[in-house]
Structures are given as C-alpha cells and as structure tokens.
Design a protein around this ligand. Sequence first.
Ligand SMILES: [Fe+2]
Ligand SMILES: [Fe+2]
Length: 264
Amino acid sequence: MADPIVARSLDEIRFWSRIMKEHALFLSLGFTYEQKQLIDEARQFITMFERIEEKLSTFTVNSDLRQVQAFNTEVYQAVAAIWSYKRKVLGLTLRCQIRHNNFPLLVDHISREAAYFANRLKELNEGILTPKPDDVIEENVFFLRIMADHAKFIGHLLDPSERKLVEQAREFSHDFDQLLFQAIDLDSMRPQSETKPILSQFLDQNKVSVVSLRDFKKTARELIEACRIKSNIHPLLADHTFREAERFLEIIDLFEANLNRKQS
Ligand SMILES: [Fe+2]
Ligand SMILES: [Fe+2]
C-alpha cells in the first residue's frame, strides 16, 4: 500500500513550491532598477523552485519513501534559503536601506508561509502526518492571519478610486481580524477548549468567512484579468491568494472529517 507520508509530502510540495516560486517573482517585480542584486537573487529562486517542480513530476504516490524523504530534505533546504532571503529583504526595508514596492507586511507574510512549509517538510520527515488533528486551533490561527493579511494587501493595492472594492476589502480585513482574535482566545483556553462542539462551531464560522473571501478573490482575479478595474495587483497575485484560500478550505474540510470520525 502507498505510504500516506509519501502522498502528503508530494501534495505539500506541489502546492507550496509553486507558491514559493511566485513569491520570488512578486518580490522581483516590486524592486526598482537599482536593486539588480536582489532581483538576480529572486530570479535564482524562481529557477530553483522550477527545478523542484520538474523533479516532483518524476514522483508518484507509489514512490519509495526513502527517496521522497531525501527529496523533502532537498526542498527543505531551498525553502530555508528563500526564507532567509525574505527576512534579509525585510531587514533592509525596515532599516530604510532599500525602497521598493513590496510592503513590509507582505515580505513578512511570505516569509511566514515559507516557515510554515519548511516546518511541514520537517514534520513529514519525522513521520508526522501533518496537519495533525490536534493542531486545529494552531493551524487556524496561522491561516486566519494569512487571510486577514490578504484582505489588507488587496485593499492597499487597489486604486484608491475603486472605493467600493476598497471598502469591501476593508470589511474582509476586519472580519478576519475578529476571527483571528477568537482563534487566539481559543488557543489560550487549550486544552480545555478542545471539545468537539466548540471546535466544530469554530470551524463552521471560519469556513463561512473563508468561502466568501475566496469568492471575492475570484471576482477580483476575473476583473483584474479582464482589465475592468484599476489596481497595482498582478493577475497572478490575485490567483495566488485565491489558491491559498482554497488550500485553507481543504484543511478545514480535513479537520471537519476528522472531528466527525471521532464522534462516531
Ligand atoms: Fe503566498
Ligand atoms: Fe499569502
């Protein structure tokens, strides 16, 4: 039988390697012409993750566990490298040594995503099938903050004259900030808060908001692609944030299935 660690590893790498490659692209596009060195570094990461994607296509769910573990380690090293590059850019930005068009919160955000991916790979190689069912709250804290950030980026990258859409993005930002605080409250009430009815309500509530944010991102993506709205948002960035919302929904479904299994 195929090893579930193999399947999960390949799935995480498929999703997150593309994300890492796109982060490098977004960073490179946000720099100015005098930041050649940083642009070159970003391009090297694009190539690095393209190679990983090529190598990924040689694996299947029936691949040998040891080979997949070696690949996980290789990908981990690439992710650790892009993480330190992002943190370096953040440092240069916050010390005002460079000025560019990537918001500091965006640079921090994409480095958090890299740290998340690296941690996943590490856990998978320790034989832990992640996300673990017990990590419901922690995982939601991570993703709710990611979603709240996305709403803020969209709101700040839309042209100010797109008043209705800016307003909608602001509402999403507020909604997700509230959900994030609720999640943090539940987190500090752990382990007592880990009861089935509470976790199930928590997931239901989060899901409703993620579905509507996902739909908003989808609409934004279509409007941007058709050049119907004014913004500084790259169509690929709109699609990127849409895919991350879809990923969060898949994880919520996974947790819900697990909760229901426990009950029966
Ligand atoms: Fe991302
Ligand atoms: Fe993101």
